[in-house]
Design a protein around this ligand. Sequence first.
Ligand code: ATP
Ligand code: MG
Length: 418
Amino acid sequence: MSFQAPKGTFDWLPPRSEWALLVRDALSAPARRAGYGYIETPAFEDTALFSRGVGESTDIVTKEMYTFESRGGQSLTLRPEGTASVVRAVIEHGLYGGALPIKLWYSGSYFRYERAQAGRYRHFSQVGAEALGAEDPALDAELIVLAADGYASLGLKNVRLLLNSLGCKECRPAYRAALQDFLRGLDLDETTRQRIEINPLRVLDDKRPEVRAQLVGAPLVTDHLCGACKAYHEEVRGLLGAAGVAYTDDPRLVRGLDYYTRTTFEFVHDGLGAQSAVGGGGRYDGLSEMIGGPPLPSVGWALGVDRTVLAMEAEGLITERAGHVDVFAIPLGEEARRRIFPLVSELRRAGLAVDMAFGGRGVKGAMKAADRSGARYALILGERDLEAGAVQVKDLTTADQTAVPLAEVVEVLKGKLS
Ligand code: ATP
Ligand code: MG
């Protein structure tokens, strides 16, 4: 019997896996530079945290959660997203009692039982950032700029930012009612009709063409914003413009999670087909109270690592190998192996990336391995070199080869590679 990775999951293998690491780093680096601290929460939580925090009527809660009973009889769920866990941790540890806003970033695996397809997986990876406990348009703008800078630092050119405001508890009810009136007049299936009554904004997020076609004349949230929400949104837009971040107003943009208020945004990439969202987020002023915490107006985002790698592939940015060594060591014979092994360790301790030939293959196989490793230099140690107390340093780009005394090789290579 043989095994395969479960449906909707895949393995990251070298050299492509290097890009996943690189993307994770690049997407989190701007937040780290802006004072966001690292938080790590468990991969599973109390099921009720998500059903209350993410929203009972969302796709995530109704059909996408991996829920199981622990041996102790408690209902637990593999995290489908990061925000609810972060807010839970902030409440649990009373972090809101200190300086506000609390700025946190995280990264890890998320789990959703979705219809598996290109760019949509059941196990995927996100980088997230949240700023909790402040209502300030500069904070919304800061997070958006940090995400945009992360994508730009990867060389991505075709990431577009869509921006909207979903209003607040003052103006949302009137908009909700107007939208419900409109939606009730459409030709929709039973499930969608139920959704009109529970969470009509979610219907705007329906991806089916036959539904989209009917939504053309739907009332727009931006026409129903109260004065405070309008002013807040104008301020966010102005700050984004001032920071040189381009955006498109999208009055139809809603998000798949129930907790959003005011600012909402999505980053999309046009080279990814239907799974075009590479990241998204927004303000969630009511979430903390929904899960039993104090009022804590907050804003955050989650960026998809897997889809960002796909976007880079679509733009041809992944051409060379990302991970490689500087030096590849080739011992010819057992005595040479005994001598070169400590040298390899020493080179690594000196900060160089070094690999060596294993398995005692001949010089031809070892030279092939050296080429594949991406190394700039090969270190070849043969019997004659051993007698001379030297090692051959071969530049693999020019094929130039020189003998260097063993005692000097660390310094010589450090010099060549600096
Ligand atoms: P979509 O509209 O594509 O379903 P979403 O609104 O459910 O996305 P979020 O919950 O906002 O996505 O998650 C943030 C980001 O995480 C998305 O923009 C996307 O890049 C990534 N993401 C979400 N679900 C998946 C998945 N099943 N597989 C891969 N990446 C995902
Ligand atoms: Mg989704």
